[in-house]
Design a protein around this ligand. Structure first.
Ligand SMILES: *[C@@H]1O[C@H](CO)[C@@H](O)[C@H](O)[C@H]1NC(C)=O
Ligand SMILES: *[C@@H]1O[C@H](CO)[C@@H](O)[C@H](O)[C@H]1NC(C)=O
Ligand SMILES: *[C@@H]1O[C@H](CO)[C@@H](O)[C@H](O)[C@H]1NC(C)=O
Ligand SMILES: *[C@@H]1O[C@H](CO)[C@@H](O)[C@H](O)[C@H]1NC(C)=O
Ligand SMILES: *[C@@H]1O[C@H](CO)[C@@H](O)[C@H](O)[C@H]1NC(C)=O
Ligand SMILES: *[C@@H]1O[C@H](CO)[C@@H](O)[C@H](O)[C@H]1NC(C)=O
Length: 449
């Protein structure tokens, strides 16, 4: 079989990426103290990253076959329209690529692995997993990652050996569930076994969702579509969010199908559909012209079209975040970005996940928790609970949500120094990683090098 020819825009993109890799990045003089913050980027053969991108059109994925269009802008995707500076059609699964790009402008990089506090592995793990999940390696999905481990042990093995991998980290743009298939389950029930390999137990892994009892992984926010390049554009969005009129009480975005068995999404849909029928009977004192809005996001149509979801979110007070196939949702971060107060139905949806970015003790201040069992089995009405929250408290919660926006966005690469003074999702992820690795090394007695 002849080698695949990548589509032309991919070639252009890769060329730009290579040019970029070969230029030195101007270091900012922000945070010039790099003590305890040095990071070495491990040089990996292109088969671990760039080659995977050239295969973007043949991912064997039965649903969305082609992720090539979303590779532009280093994984942020194409702009939503020509005049847009901050909004992109971002596919959250390309975080591995964008994280890599942002690491290249990290101010405390060192080329000497011995001087580094942490070692970053620019391996595009979830993109590489596609050939195990859907492709020719289906029957060896418990091998996913072994080729990387073999490389690390064979090529300059002292870099791994210095701290037995405890100082290494990488990013997986997916949920840990997709990478925790028990070893030896070939063909797999679902997913690869990357996180189950003892070879990688020591490596800190950043995922979009972690298991209930995580070992090596830590959750970081899903990527939204907003990536401002400077402080002025960031501030003008904050202003818009702050001023936006909230005419809808609550918003739910999800698939169009309503399941026949009881579950939280079904209860919400029934309540929402019901509310539009009885809308005009609600008292005049209610400040909202609409009680519930449902946005149909079937087949991922909202993911690449942020306007579909951001507009209604800007006009809603509360955004419901029931668990889907897994407890977490990108929509949680879209809703924070829109200043829409997230309503959770279980703690695994966020509180037990994103401790680095959203402090656990702040959930009462910025969100609402309604246990899903109360809604599904005890007839608690979500609408009644939310209508019962005094307006002054709604305002306080919203202010808190808006305060958190800077922490969950992924600002654009090469952004202005002004914007870099605000810590974004990646800054916080790197900080957390360095602290976690430090604690790990201390616990293992591996610090005296
Ligand atoms: C890219 O696709 C070709 C053909 O399917 C395959 O042989 C190769 O291993 C793939 N490369 C990577 C890095 O996935
Ligand atoms: C946007 O850019 C594309 C490609 O550069 C061009 O074809 C199109 O006409 C532009 N649209 C507008 C509204 O400027
Ligand atoms: C995996 O194994 C099954 C049964 O052993 C076989 O039918 C199937 O073709 C294999 N799949 C691939 C992609 O090799
Ligand atoms: C992980 O760390 C433990 C303890 O520090 C060590 O014994 C083990 O060999 C390490 N694993 C790998 C794959 O290096
Ligand atoms: C639908 O609305 C009616 C009238 O307001 C109410 O009695 C009923 O309990 C509602 N059903 C659901 C599922 O919310
Ligand atoms: C509620 O009232 C509005 C206008 O006041 C009307 O357009 C709408 O059809 C009414 N809805 C129902 C379900 O009666």
């Amino acid at each position: 079989m002849p080698p695949p020819t990548p589509p032309p825009h991919t070639t252009v993109f890769l060329l730009l990426f290579f040019l970029f890799l070969s230029t030195t990045i101007q270091q900012s003089d922000l945070d010039s103290d790099c003590t305890n913050r040095w990071i070495h980027i491990r040089q990996l053969p292109s088969l671990f990253n760039l080659d995977i991108l050239t295969n973007c059109s043949e991912t064997h994925h039965p649903f969305a076959t082609n992720f090539c269009p979303f590779l532009t802008n280093h994984g942020l995707g194409p702009k939503t329209h020509n005049q847009s500076h901050s909004w992109f059609r971002t596919d959250t699964n390309l975080l591995e690529l964008f994280f890599h790009r942002r690491m290249l402008e990290y101010p405390c990089l060192t080329s000497d692995p011995n001087a580094a506090d942490a070692i970053y592995l620019p391996y595009y793990a979830s993109l590489d997993s596609l050939r195990y999940l859907y492709g020719p390696y289906y029957n060896s999905s418990s091998q996913h990652g072994l080729h990387l481990y073999n490389f690390l042990k064979e090529e300059s093995p002292e870099i791994w050996g210095r701290r037995q991998g405890h100082d290494h980290f990488l990013v997986i743009a997916g949920t840990a569930w997709d990478f925790s298939q028990p070893l030896g389950n070939d063909p797999p029930l679902w997913g690869s076994s990357f996180l189950e390999l003892p070879e990688f137990y020591n490596v800190t892994t950043l995922t979009l969702e972690s298991r209930a009892y995580p070992w090596q992984e830590q959750s970081i926010p899903y990527v939204t579509s907003f990536h401002p390049p400077n402080l002025a554009l960031f501030n003008s969005w904050i202003k818009r969010v702050t001023r936006s009129k909230r005419t809808t009480l609550m918003l739910f975005s999800g698939g169009s199908a309503i399941s026949s068995t009881p579950n939280i999404r079904r209860s919400i849909r029934l309540e929402c559909d019901n509310s539009s029928k009885t809308e005009n009977t609600t008292q005049n004192s209610n400040p909202y012209s609409k009680q519930c809005e449902f946005i149909d996001c079937s087949n991922g149509i909202c993911e690449h079209d942020p306007i579909k979801i951001m507009k209604p979110m800007l006009h809603s007070s509360f955004c419901l975040q029931p668990p889907g196939e897994t407890p977490t949702r990108r929509s949680t971060f879209d809703s924070i970005l829109a200043g829409c107060i997230p309503v959770f139905f279980e703690e695994l949806s966020a509180k037990r996940q994103y401790g680095w970015h959203l402090a656990e003790d702040e959930y009462d201040e910025f969100s609402v928790m309604i246990p899903k069992e109360d809604v599904v089995f005890k007839g608690v009405s979500v609408m009644e609970v939310l209508n019962g929250i005094p307006m002054s408290e709604v305002r306080r919660k919203r202010e808190k949500v808006i305060e958190m926006i800077s922490r969950i966005i992924y600002r654009k690469h090469g952004s202005s120094l002004g914007l870099r003074t605000k810590k974004d999702a990646i800054d916080i992820a790197i900080e957390g990683t360095l602290q976690r690795i430090k604690a790990r090394l201390e616990a293992e007695g591996l610090t005296d090098q």
